[in-house]
Design a protein around this ligand. Structure first.
Ligand code: HSE
Length: 339
């Protein structure tokens, strides 16, 4: 399977490391012989080599702040021109999320699908804004459009609902969908300042490129919209739902709530009401006795309410290098694996 990696930041490098570490299992367990033929990154430059790129070298260059164009097969062009000219089976879109326009990722995805490539993306913009168009295009072209990493990284949620809970009616999906804000609220409870906690979340690779997207709730809102459209079949845009982040929550409020036996959590929710799909993002005071109150740090937790099993809850990482890189590996295996 020939891959194009579009975006070689934290997530792209996380995937490259997994492809190196798991090379033999991918072959023996899934019949997948994976070759990365192209990498394009806005800051690090681009390389294309039909025989396969040396991923260890690409990682070394990325980590040392060098340019991929130092490698054999330097590619002189942007991501779109690489997608349009490359011979590949799957494109992995891992550029930064722009939730207002969904670009440039949406153009990358459309170009790859039009060329008959499978696509996986961790980019929330295209999936929140244009899910149905992209899914239809993939269907018309007979390829897969997968997006597991857009909601709580590699922790299974979208695949869990689509595959494992097939046949269940989903009536509500609710939980902690943003790692950065949960980390900040947790650290503030331990006495760290808001600014220091945000800085640390950025250093750890949890926060979005522009962290306003986390703290104002937009990242969780994008995930709520993805869930509304992909799970509930709605045709919503992010501005269909009310959204409020954590910036009004002070250390004093956290301490005072704790004394009363509560914790502030940023909660994203999608549910069906009188046949209509509703959604919201807001902080809620959660009683310490509730399972979501115990979710601390960058961990995410989502409860899926079904008509067959009642509540099913998944808890796991929702951001990070390996964690999000892994979400694309799941999709790569689903698209091309033989088992
Ligand atoms: N910034 C996001 C978070 C990354 O903190 O959850 C994953 O979408």
């Amino acid at each position: 399977m020939r891959l194009l990696l579009i975006g070689f930041g934290t997530v792209g490098q996380g995937l490259a490391e997994l492809l190196i570490d798991k090379k033999s299992e991918l072959k023996s367990l899934h019949g997948l012989d994976i070759k990365v033929v192209g990498i394009s990154d806005m800051l690090k430059g681009s390389v294309y080599n039909a025989d396969g790129i040396d991923l260890a070298k690409a990682l070394e260059i990325a980590k040392s702040g060098g340019k991929l164009s130092e490698m054999d097969g330097a590619f002189d062009g942007d991501a779109l021109s690489m997608i349009n000219s490359a011979e590949a089976d799957m494109m992995v879109e891992m550029t930064y999320t722009d939730i207002k326009t969904g670009e440039p990722a949406t153009s990358h995805i459309k170009a790859a699908l039009n060329k008959g490539m499978h696509v996986t993306t961790t980019n929330k913009g295209p999936v929140a804004l244009f899910f149905h168009d992209l899914a239809r295009l993939a269907k018309d072209k007979g390829v897969k459009f997968l997006y597991e990493g857009t909601v709580i990284s590699g922790t299974p949620l979208l695949n869990l609902i689509r595959e494992t809970l097939a046949g269940s009616e989903i009536t509500q999906v609710k939980g902690i969908l943003n790692g950065t804000t949960n980390y900040i609220l947790s650290m503030m409870e331990e006495g760290m300042s808001y600014d220091d906690a945000l800085k640390k979340a950025q250093e750890l690779g949890y926060a979005e490129a522009v962290p306003d997207a986390d703290v104002l709730g937009w990242d969780a809102l994008a995930k709520v919209t993805i869930i509304a459209n992909a799970v509930f079949g709605a045709s919503c845009k992010p501005d269909s739902f009310p959204c409020k982040g954590i910036t009004d929550i002070t250390a004093d409020m956290i301490t005072e709530a704790k004394k009363r036996g509560y914790r502030y959590k940023l909660i994203g929710k999608v549910w069906r009401e009188n046949g209509e799909v509703k959604g919201s993002v807001a902080t809620e005071e959660i009683a310490m006795t509730h399972p979501l109150a115990g979710i601390m740090g960058a961990t995410n937790a989502v409860t899926v309410t079904t008509d067959t099993l009642g509540d099913v809850t998944v808890v796991g990482p929702g951001a990070g290098r390996t964690e999000t890189g892994y979400s694309t590996l799941i999709d790569i295996i689903h698209a091309g694996g033989k088992r």
